[in-house]
Design a binder for this molecule. Structure first.
Ligand code: ADP
Ligand code: MG
Length: 346
């Protein structure tokens, strides 16, 4: 095993000369849970760790699915929703942990992130891909039912008023990413990339040669391209954008990120938001929230919340690029985009 790993590392070192190029992986596998494909690439680690990790991660992800999936009958989240208007559902410690973190972000973002947006997400057909545009009256009724503050958490019991349903989808990938990365580090993996659904990526350690991972940021106007590269080392990055999931009707585009105030797709003037933070859950939740807030409010939020330890890249619908000052030295424009102007938010 050690010999094989050394060969892999040697190949990786050779590949490194090609800049942003891919390394030969010690182990690569995919897991599927909560509608998300998780691509794991382990590049280096203690002897044996690389081989052990696949079974551990696959077990962990399926237990998260059983707890957090909104569609998996008998999941904690499913039972919480089913018991709405009744005496509540007792759930696992893990579910309480994700729920508490999510509710904290809902509160900090003033409800731009709201885990009770689920009935509205369903009404637009984003859960079934049978898309439709609800009437203004329906939207008004849906918006009135979005209220994370109505979620009651007492011990291990979660209670919802009738008509309210939760979905932890906006933070679940981040939670899973943090869990898997922590597990990998704890088990002796020194270099790995976890790609959750293409929108959340977690870097464990650095590249096998010790240099930071270089991760592309998708151009929302041409999602097959990366407009920028962010360097990550033991750090996560998450992007939310209208281009990720949407449908078109009568010449109008409707995307999956909803403004909890209107229950309709958030039109804040942004095309995408990328968040960089040691916490993947923060990246996941805040990218959604900042997308709803828009550039000005989002930048103010960044200034007001240094304790959340995050940086951000905003792209407007006009294609203007803004990034926060803390990305200095870690952010660069990608090939083909080097003539673009980047405004630094201080
Ligand atoms: P995805 O998880 O699809 O990559 P996000 O992390 O941006 O994208 O989360 C968006 C998902 O969360 C939507 O698909 C929807 O189910 C739900 N959602 C939409 N708007 C909100 C919102 N304002 N707050 C919380 N969840 C939302
Ligand atoms: Mg998100």
């Amino acid at each position: 095993m050690r010999k094989r790993l050394l060969c892999v590392l040697l190949a990786a070192a050779l590949a490194a000369s090609a800049g942003c190029s891919r390394y030969a992986a010690a182990k690569e596998f995919s897991l599927f849970a909560m509608d998300t494909l998780v691509d794991v690439t382990l590049y280096a680690g203690e002897r044996g760790a690389v081989d052990r990790e696949q079974a551990i991660m696959s077990g962990a992800v399926s237990s998260m699915e059983k707890a957090l999936s909104v569609t998996h009958e008998d999941s904690d989240v499913f039972r919480i929703n089913r018991e709405a208007g009744r005496s509540g559902a007792a759930v696992s410690g893990e579910t309480i942990e994700v729920l508490s973190s999510a509710l904290e972000l809902c509160e900090l973002t003033g409800g731009a992130l709201d885990i009770t947006a689920y009935p509205a997400v369903k009404a637009w057909g984003f859960t079934t891909e049978e898309h439709r545009v609800p009437s203004p009256a329906e939207l008004e009724a849906l918006a009135a039912q979005i209220d994370y503050a109505a979620v009651e958490l007492e011990g291990d019991t979660v209670t919802l008023p009738a008509g309210i349903e939760i979905d932890l989808g906006a933070v679940a990938k981040g939670y899973a990413g943090d869990w898997l990365a922590r597990d990998a580090r704890g088990n002796g993996i020194t270099s790995a990339l976890l790609n959750l659904g293409q929108s959340t990526i977690v870097a464990v350690g650095s590249k096998p040669d010790g240099s930071p991972w270089r991760i592309g940021v998708v151009d929302p106007a041409r999602p097959e391209n990366y407009f920028a590269v962010v360097e990550l080392e033991d750090c996560a990055m998450g992007t939310s954008g209208g281009y990720q999931r949407y449908f078109e009707q009568d010449g109008e585009i409707y995307w999956h990120i909803l403004d909890p105030d209107t229950a309709a797709p958030a039109r804040s003037g942004l095309a995408s938001v990328t968040v960089v933070s040691p916490s993947a859950l923060t990246c996941d939740g805040l990218s959604t929230a900042l997308f709803v807030m828009g550039l000005e409010e989002g930048a103010a939020f960044w200034r007001d919340h240094p304790e959340l330890d995050f940086e951000a890249v905003f792209v407007t619908e006009e294609g203007e690029i803004f990034r926060t000052a803390g990305l200095e030295g870690r952010f660069s424009l990608a090939e083909g985009y080097t003539d673009r102007e980047v405004t630094v938010l201080e």
